[in-house]
Ligand binder design. Structure first.
Ligand code: FAD
Ligand SMILES: C=Cc1c2[nH]c(c1C)Cc1[nH]c(c(CCC(=O)O)c1C)Cc1[nH]c(c(C)c1CCC(=O)O)Cc1[nH]c(c(C)c1C=C)C2
Length: 479
């Protein structure tokens, strides 16, 4: 018997890949709450033409992890439900940062890099020169913070405004703490190898040019596109979602697994996890289950509690991965076009010292009938600094509305809203994260524990990353 802990998207995806690997292997997914999907949660108000997303709302379609998700979507028969936004759509082109008292459009073309665009005080190509002149780092580094790397190579302005806000928009984290390997592993390794990022890029692109000459890439037009990933490429998607909200993905995955015979048990917290010589004992609802294999997709700090008694060293490394709280506030106004500027939304760099992380313009990205729908995100690495330990929903809403008024000049009260206080919702890949994850997996291997780990705590925080994490780790299992 096999069990999967957690019915978020990674636990469900693990079920999908487990079934594909061994269709006859019986397994059960145990979920602590009364719903499936984890942080993916869409509150649907379809009669009024809008959806409130409490967690993720869009998925990135580019890169190998993205192709894997598109393949999964296709396998589930959801291809026709995908709602894509192409790269020339305003929601893809217009990303802003709120700095120095106003909204600033970030450059979205090469020509934009040649001009001085506020809040920057020099054209962005200056940053490339800076990197070329900076030379090799004095010592060989194994890891450092995103902020320190970018400040060293490209200057303080890029670190403060571009990179620090981007990190807020991905993990609600502090660039001064997050590992450079989280988003810029390739750039960091290029610097270490070639003595500079741009120098490394130039050298490698010369090497690749010769390689590419001998390759004969197949180009697909929209009409002849084959897979969904091909279609995404041919139609130049920038981001996408699924009709009815992203929750359609875990719901369809769960229905598909049930139809294939898997059992998904909700509202069930397992009470104990005991590792024996060649199996694990899981105690659920007073009953003991002997498992040959266990897949954990639950957050690392939660798993830590269950292994603490038998494996305190493992528990300690698992619980050293920090998580932050994010408050997500959905706002709906029964009036279209309340926004003066179309776009994906804006981020607020931490240097501005404001209590909000950013605002997403949902109704610019997706059709929401005659509504303006916004999502304000607050907190993250600075949650306690701004809101203390236990802020009331009323207080959080008040702060969100105050900033919507100040920055977007929307004075009216929303017709509906939802305050979602998501505790410990995003892991922080702080400096040394890669080594911590390696230490966790090495411990499991050395002690021959029949447990496999996947999910947002380990191999990437985006939806694409956690689905691929599930696939890779299930495929490695010896069943
Ligand atoms: C506000 C926010 C915005 C985001 N935006 C984006 C975005 O735009 N694009 C993107 O790609 N990604 C985004 N993400 C990230 C994405 O949501 C996550 O990567 C993904 O949902 C994580 O899935 P998971 O299955 O690994 O974890 P989870 O969703 O945390 O699932 C784990 C499951 O395990 C259950 N569980 C916990 N403890 C136990 C237990 N003891 N026993 C049984 N079950 C248990 C939980 O209840 C949960 O259902 C966002 C995340 C947040 C929080
Ligand atoms: C302000 C908080 C957050 C916003 N989105 C997220 C948080 C925590 C979560 C999130 N957003 C993205 C990802 C990664 C997806 C992936 O790489 O697979 C996650 C986990 C995507 C994303 N959103 C923004 C950026 C720059 C990115 C990176 C990838 C991309 O370019 O698409 C921008 C952005 N996010 C938020 C806002 C307000 C915003 C504004 C422009 C909210």
């Amino acid at each position: 018997m096999t069990a999967i802990l957690g019915a978020g998207i990674s636990g469900l995806a693990a079920g999908h890949y487990l079934f594909r690997k061994t269709p006859t292997l019986p397994f059960t997914i145990y979920e602590a709450t009364d719903r499936i999907g984890g942080w993916i949660r869409s509150d649907r108000f379809l009669d009024n033409g809008f959806v409130f997303e409490a967690g993720p709302r869009t998925i990135r379609p580019k890169g190998p992890a993205a192709n894997n998700t598109l393949q999964l979507i296709e396998e589930l028969g959801l291809a026709d439900e995908v709602y894509s936004i192409s790269s020339n759509h305003t929601a893809a082109r217009n990303r802003m940062i709120y700095a120095k008292g106003k909204l600033n459009l970030l450059p979205n073309s090469l020509s934009g890099l040649l001009k001085t665009v506020p809040p920057f005080t020099k054209p962005l190509y200056f940053a490339a020169f800076r990197d070329l002149l900076a030379g090799r780092s004095k010592t060989v580094l194994n890891d450092e913070s995103m902020y320190s790397f970018v400040e060293r190579r490209f200057g303080k302005e890029i670190a403060d405004y571009a990179v620090s806000s981007m990190l807020c928009g991905i993990c609600a984290g502090n660039a001064k703490e997050i590992s450079v390997k989280f988003l810029m592993k390739d750039l960091f390794e290029r610097e270490q190898r070639h003595g500079g990022v741009i120098l490394g890029l130039l050298k490698e692109s010369l090497q690749n040019r010769n390689k590419k000459k001998t390759e004969n890439p197949t180009k697909h037009s929209a009409a002849e596109a084959r897979s969904l990933a091909d279609r995404a490429k041919a139609e130049n998607w920038s981001i996408y979602s699924i009709r009815g909200g992203l929750q359609t993905l875990p719901e369809t995955l769960a229905n598909d697994l049930r139809a294939k015979g898997a059992s998904i048990v909700t509202s069930t917290k397992f009470e104990e996890l005991i590792f024996e010589r060649d199996h694990v004992v899981l105690r659920v609802d007073g009953k003991e289950q002997q498992l040959r294999h266990l897949i954990s997709s639950i957050p690392s700090y939660k798993l830590a509690k269950h292994v603490q008694k038998q494996h305190p060293q493992l528990a300690s490394t698992l619980s050293s991965i920090p998580f932050v709280d994010v408050c997500v506030i959905n706002l709906q106004y029964r009036k279209a076009d309340l926004l003066k500027q179309d776009g994906f939304g804006f981020l607020v760099p931490p240097i501005e010292n404001l209590p909000i992380l950013g605002v997403i313009f949902d109704s610019c990205c997706f059709d929401m009938d005659d509504n303006t729908v916004l999502t304000v995100m607050m907190g993250g690495a600075w949650f306690e600094k701004w809101f203390g330990k236990n802020p009331s929903h009323e207080h959080l809403l008040e702060i969100a509305l105050e900033h919507v008024k100040k920055i977007l000049h929307i004075e009216q009260k929303p017709d509906s809203y939802k305050v979602n206080l998501l505790r410990k919702c995003i892991p922080q890949y702080t400096v040394g994260h890669q080594e911590r994850v390696k230490a966790i997996r090495d411990y499991i291997e050395q002690h021959r524990l029949p447990i496999v780990l996947c999910g947002a705590s380990y191999d990437g925080v985006g939806v694409n990353d956690v689905i691929l994490s599930a696939r890779n780790n299930v495929e490695k299992m010896q069943l």
